[in-house]
Design a protein around this ligand. Structure first.
Ligand code: ZN
Length: 161
């Protein structure tokens, strides 16, 4: 069975950046399970996996535009400390849901703390990065009606992961 729309794909993967640093990996953990064609993984990787079958391995290079997008300099901005509750515990690296100019909720990360301001970054941590994947297809099967209704793959026992 080959990878295509509405197949559940079980995948071992390692993700490195251009410097060769491992950013993420399924090695030593359960493989990643996802429903193909539903944008659960970055578009550039999903496209390259189409047509592969169990046992296939590939190195896939994903440009930012097919990955997590370009970095937006306007995604970095300061929030006055006064906007936070006085007892808020703030630290660099922390994530929370903020609001943009239009009042939309956006996840942001704290990148710097000054006396007056909390500097945050709304870019995805991997925005602007070229992604170097090594993937091994473990299993390909049809998604069940329940999985398609839920929009995610279930575990081997058929229950929620
Ligand atoms: Zn479910």
């Amino acid at each position: 069975m080959v990878i295509g729309e509405k197949k559940v794909v079980s995948l071992n993967y390692t993700l490195k950046n251009a410097a060769g640093e491992v950013l993420d990996s399924s090695v030593g953990q359960a493989p990643l399970n996802y429903i193909h064609g539903t944008q659960q993984i970055v578009p550039g990787l999903e496209r390259e996996l189409t047509g592969l079958e169990a046992g296939n391995a590939r190195d896939v290079v994903v440009k930012p535009e097919d990955g997590y997008g370009a970095r937006d300099p306007e995604g970095v901005f300061g929030v006055p400390r006064a906007a936070f509750p006085p007892d808020a515990h703030l630290e660099v690296g922390q994530s929370f849901i903020g609001e943009d100019d239009e009042g939309q909720s956006v996840p942001v990360r704290v990148i710097e703390l000054t006396a007056e301001q909390v500097m945050v970054d709304a870019n995805h941590p991997l925005a602007g990065e070229t992604l170097y994947f090594h993937v091994e297809v473990v299993e390909v099967r049809d998604a069940t009606a329940e999985e398609l209704a839920h929009g995610h793959a279930h575990g081997e026992d058929g229950h929620e992961p």
